[in-house]
Design a protein around this ligand. Structure first.
Ligand SMILES: [Fe+2]
Length: 329
């Protein structure tokens, strides 16, 4: 669209007091209501941030330089922007908004920057880790819907670090995927595999995000955890992780991912599991029952939460394609 064809006031003589209104006005040429709404709120908060902090040119330039460095260090296997979003608490916030979980379902948590799409399918009982120094761990899980029915054929991505706290992608010249796999749940909703006991690790802190944490006097550690991602048509995509209880960083995760419902105690296989899964009786065991929410249940809950949250802010909205846009009279 040619802006000169649209009736707009002249965009000049803009001041601290009228720049926001005028920026929003020219952006309102946008034909997509959701993009228009998101940009309107973004510009409003960005401008208010500058006005409230009395942002100096030097600070603005520091911010530009910082974001430039975040982009420059980002590669196919190092995602510094996700890391930045994680340490600012934005990732866990967006996940909580977009993937609301009703009581009784498995809560989500941060994706983190280390998921890849190259993990290989593993047969039940196979090992996702080839680290001889790791403590062997048997993992046995079930997968059900909110009504308690087993869910068959869910694609499950699982990933964890090696025993030194590094993901495979953090090694230059690695041969291929390690510490990650893909499984499918069976007709009883069960899946099981061998792994190693997770260990705490620092998020990559040799780049701009690490420098920011240092400046903020924050440590870069994440508590011991194993990531899980569940996908099946008809169910809300679940990205979550299980955390080991009593980890030194359980209450100070650098990326705010820990939730009580996701904290687990490791047990021992004992005679029954030892026999069934062909491991020794004192083999470490992780058991967990995951509960997925249907797309329909999630959409309803998401829309309801949006209405309630925006009502509180005094905004009249309608839900279009699952997301709120202003309701225009
Ligand atoms: Fe992780």
């Amino acid at each position: 669209m040619d802006p000169s064809q649209v009736k707009l006031p002249p965009m000049k003589n803009l001041t601290v007091d009228n720049i926001t209104e005028n920026t929003i006005r020219i952006n309102s040429l946008c034909q997509d209501p959701r993009t228009k709404y998101v940009l309107e709120r973004l510009v409003t908060h960005l401008h208010d941030f500058a006005r409230e902090t009395r942002l100096s040119t030097a600070e603005w330039m520091t911010g530009i330089k910082f974001l430039t460095e975040v982009g420059q260090i980002t590669t196919d296997v190092r995602q510094e922007f996700i890391l930045l979003s994680d340490v600012l608490g934005l990732s866990i916030l967006v996940d909580s908004i977009d993937h609301p979980k009703p009581p009784g379902s498995t809560e989500g948590t941060v994706l983190g920057p280390f998921h890849t799409h190259e993990a290989e399918e593993l047969a039940y009982g196979g090992s996702m880790s080839h680290d001889p120094k790791g403590e062997p761990l048997l993992v046995v899980c079930t997968l059900r819907d909110m009504q308690g029915n087993p869910i068959e054929g869910v694609k499950i991505d699982i990933w964890e670090t090696d025993s030194s706290g590094h993901y495979d992608v953090q090694y230059a010249g690695r041969d291929g995927p390690d510490g990650r796999c893909v499984l499918r749940s069976d007709n009883s909703g069960v899946f099981w595999f061998n792994a190693i006991t997770p260990v705490p690790y620092p998020i990559p802190h040799d780049g701009p995000v690490g420098q920011l944490l240092k400046k903020l006097h924050r440590h870069p550690y994440r508590p011991s955890h194993m990531h899980f991602m569940f996908e099946k048509e008809g169910f809300d995509h679940l990205i979550t992780a299980l955390y080991l209880r009593n980890d030194p960083y359980e209450t100070s995760d650098a990326v705010f991912g820990v939730k009580d419902s996701l904290v687990v105690d490791l047990g021992k296989a004992g005679p029954e599991y030892a026999k069934k899964y062909n491991v020794s009786e004192d083999h470490a065991l992780l058991k967990y029952d995951f509960v997925l929410v249907s797309d329909e249940e999630t959409s309803e809950l998401r829309a309801r939460n949006s209405k309630i949250a925006l009502d509180k802010l005094g905004r009249k909205v309608k839900i279009v394609n699952g997301l709120p846009v202003p309701e225009l009279d």
